[in-house]
Design a protein around this ligand. Structure first.
Ligand SMILES: Nc1ncnc2c1ncn2[C@@H]1O[C@H](COP(=O)(O)OP(=O)(O)OP(=O)(O)O)[C@@H](O)[C@H]1O
Length: 253
């Protein structure tokens, strides 16, 4: 991918013994995520179901925006479309000024790998790999060499306060610790966009707060754009905007 001046990836610089550190990016109103007239119809045989109707939205770079709404209102469907995992029935999605709905399958998969960090409710860590190996593997998948991957994975575990648990297997970690490792893994390769589906749902209050604070810092101090599906009203305090879905329609507020 060609780095643009507004992309936090361009703020990567090498300081202190070859360890990459992110400098804060000045706040701009560059749009990082945009959806234009998105419709999604699920078809099962003769039956069809309209899950999303004419969704339009814009998320500026450095924002934390939440997708909220009742069960079945279309939150996960919309997040999946915005992340390029699902193709909408109609409409377009622009990520970092690129129309991802026009990319080939291969180009889209490469774009996702380079630009989006995913965080899931269930952590999705490899159970047989240590915390460090889970992050390292993600770096290698993104093209980092083995040697650099270890250094950078340790750096990322440091960012989420998990260096001391680098050698632990997921089963030896609490839910909050697992989610912090999953966040470190999502940050592998320094993606400018973070997309999360219920990142605090499986966590107790204390761990949930720690994860929310981490996501806030990523947006406000590191210029990452964070979009997440959540039912967690605590996150509303740190959000720039709450997008509310009802029956597949975005409510204007
Ligand atoms: N593959 C599918 N085929 C048919 N219908 C689907 C499919 N996936 C989702 N739906 C339907 O689309 C609607 C939106 O689902 P979605 O999972 O996006 O909702 P949600 O708001 O994320 O719900 P929850 O909060 O319960 O996870 C629901 O009515 C669901 O049954």
């Amino acid at each position: 991918m060609t780095a643009s001046p507004t992309n936090p990836r361009t703020t990567l610089s090498v300081v202190r013994s070859h360890v990459p550190i992110l400098r804060p990016t000045p706040a701009t109103e560059t749009v990082a995520i945009a959806a234009h007239h998105i419709n999604m119809v699920y078809k099962n045989g003769a039956e069809s179901f309209q899950a999303l109707t004419d969704i339009n939205l814009q998320v500026p770079q450095g924002n934390i925006q939440l997708l909220m709404g009742p069960s079945g209102s279309g939150k996960t469907t919309l997040l999946s479309i915005l992340a390029g995992i699902l193709t909408p029935t109609s409409g377009s999605v622009h990520l970092l000024q690129q129309d991802i709905t026009r990319l080939s399958r291969k180009a889209l998969s490469q774009f996702r790998l380079q630009n989006i960090g995913f965080i899931f409710q269930g952590f999705n860590l490899f159970p047989a790999l240590t915390a460090l190996e889970n992050v390292e593997l993600a770096m290698q998948v993104k093209g980092t060499s083995r040697r650099t991957a270890r250094t950078e994975a340790l750096e990322l575990l440091g960012e989420v306060g998990m260096v001391e648990k680098a050698g632990s297997l997921p089963k030896q970690l609490s839910g909050g610790q697992k989610q912090r490792v999953a966040i470190a893994r999502a940050l592998a390769g320094n993606p400018p966009l973070i997309m999360a589906d219920e990142p605090t749902a499986a966590l107790d209050s204390y761990s949930g707060h720690a994860v929310i604070e981490l996501l806030r810092k990523l947006a406000k101090e590191r210029g990452r754009t964070v979009l997440m599906v959540t039912h967690d009203s605590r996150i509303m305090d740190v959000a720039d905007r709450v997008l509310h879905l009802e029956d597949g329609i975005l409510q204007t507020n």
